[in-house]
Design a binder for this molecule. Sequence first.
Ligand code: PEP
Ligand code: MN
Length: 294
Amino acid sequence: MDNKFPGKDVTLSDLKEKFPLVAKKNKNHFSSFRIAGVDFGPKNLVTFAGPNMVESEKLIMDVAKNVKKIGANFLRGGAFKPLTFPYRSKKYYETRERGIEWLAKAKEKYNIPIITEIMEEKYIELVCEVTDIIQIGSRNMQNYPFLTACAKTNKPIMLKRHYGASLRDWLGAAEYILCEGNKKVILCERGVSTPHTHRNTSRFLLDLQVVPAAKEITHLPIAVDPSHATFWRPWVEPMTLASIASGADAIMLEVHPDPENSAVDPLQPIDFNSFKNLVKKMDKLAKSIGRKIK
Ligand code: PEP
Ligand code: MN
């Protein structure tokens, strides 16, 4: 009992024995690193924005141009998507490799770095030609051979928390990446399942307590994805601001020119105008707590 880290399922010996590379060396230890010219660390606030899915070349070009102009640091968008149910429109089956080509074009034309998900080991090489950050989705968080394979590329990695994972499980998964010598790792909270979520709120519950909890233990930057967590457009803005207040180092937002007609999860993206207004508020809030947005 006295070996327990206050308030968490992590024990003090876990820091030395289970995830020594993920664990902070001292109270003020927070990693800072640069990816594609963008600084991650305790003094910055980084924004990833874009559609859930790279639906078409036209869509991703339009989004890249607009989110870059508004102030996003990275363009997000899934070409290889984990979908909860197998039946999807033809659009989805056409994106995949072509989606990666469209992301490459958008990156080149609008000079914006990319974050996109890889789901299978066989696509690591292809996706890494284009992406600046490998996104490991919540569903793959504990696919250890896959984590190792991604880590070996030495590309920066964002590891999303599985919606059923404890902080301890999540940090253990991150250790699999760090122990391959890959140091540029970002953790991302994206909502958890609780007995209350389906009846009382939405599909997931944004676990903002995990941000300060993780920061007591790990030096890695923490991102928050309020789009996936809330699953509901009107809650994205308040929960984004709450995420920043909770200490988030980066925010991932779904932004789409025509949210209601988004090919995947049409309830959660915000449009360009809402993104623009939100960025203004994010900027003000970030400044008030000593963070910079670039
Ligand atoms: C996504 O960001 O597109 C995604 C599928 O997220 P998650 O893995 O958190 O469900
Ligand atoms: Mn999704």
